[in-house]
Design a protein around this ligand. Structure first.
Ligand code: ADP
Ligand code: MG
Ligand code: MG
Length: 251
């Protein structure tokens, strides 16, 4: 279970406060959507969950399965089962996607005291899951994200997620830059991973992703605070009326 308690955070470089007291509880198996206007702090929240050092937590805590994530390095968070899919996936020139995936999976296994996967075993796992995401072997030979289309980047992220089998998945704007077909492939990939032991925090500006990945709970983030929480209907309401009402409420 994820519990975010009174989380305040600022930009390390200039001290600007971005998150101003966030409270959130996500139980196993639940999918929570975080919606909000541009600049409300959605990506900042995902970076802080990942442990990016551009940000400082000044108050509050993030507890996952009884342990404070703030005390863990990014790789330790990954070993603890946390996976972040970023709005802007990083390019890794010179490293084939396949090699990157194998390294990531074996690093996780090592951190958990498990043996490395043999190459044939790894290949089998990749092929099965890549096929489901319409990822070709040719794409897996290319350097990670270099020259990938928006859709290819997002599908590569979901492939990584499917291989690592995290228990907490945070997806930041997974729908951005996707046409409707790619959105369907990516959403189906996420939905296949839904289960009683895995939670999702789906961050999105637009409602359309939530037509495909139907959340249990929807939160509206505005100016670094959750200003409204509701069911899936809240997302539909936002699509109809926009964020203006909530921005005023957070002022
Ligand atoms: P969202 O994802 O909701 O669009 P962000 O979390 O990206 O919002 O940004 C929230 C606010 O914090 C914005 O005003 C953004 O310009 C600012 N911000 C976030 N990260 C940084 C940073 N590293 N340096 C300077 N400003 C930042
Ligand atoms: Mg933004
Ligand atoms: Mg963002």
């Amino acid at each position: 279970m994820l519990e975010i308690k009174n989380l305040h955070a600022r930009i390390a470089e200039d001290g600007t406060e971005i998150l101003r007291g966030i409270d959130l509880v996500v139980k196993p198996g639940e999918v929570h959507a975080i919606m909000g206007p541009n600049g409300s702090g959605k990506s900042t929240l995902s970076y802080i969950l990942a442990g990016k050092d551009d940000y400082e937590v000044t108050e509050g805590d993030i507890v996952y399965n009884g342990q404070s994530l703030l005390e863990l390095a990014p790789d330790e968070r990954a070993a603890a089962g946390v996976f972040l899919a970023f709005q802007y996936p990083i390019e890794i020139p010179g490293v084939a996607t396949m090699t990157f995936l194998k390294t990531a999976l074996n690093a996780q296994r090592k951190a958990r005291g498990e043996e490395e996967l043999s190459t044939p075993e790894f290949m089998k796992r990749v092929k099965d899951k890549a096929g489901e995401l319409q990822i070709t072997m040719d794409m897996l030979k290319r350097p990670l994200n270099v020259g990938f289309s928006g859709g290819e980047k997002k599908r590569a992220e979901i492939l990584q997620m499917a291989l690592l089998q995290p228990t907490l998945c945070v997806l930041d704007e997974t729908d951005s830059g996707l046409d409707i077909d790619a959105l369907k492939v990516v959403s189906d990939g996420v939905n296949r991973l839904r289960g009683p032991d895995r939670s999702f925090v789906v961050i999105t500006h637009y409602q359309r992703l939530l037509d495909h990945i139907v959340p249990d709970v929807v939160h509206v983030l505005s100016k670094g605070r959750i200003v409204k929480t509701g069911g899936p209907d809240l997302a539909l309401e936002l699509e109809k009326n926009g964020y203006a009402d909530f921005i005023d409420a957070a002022a």
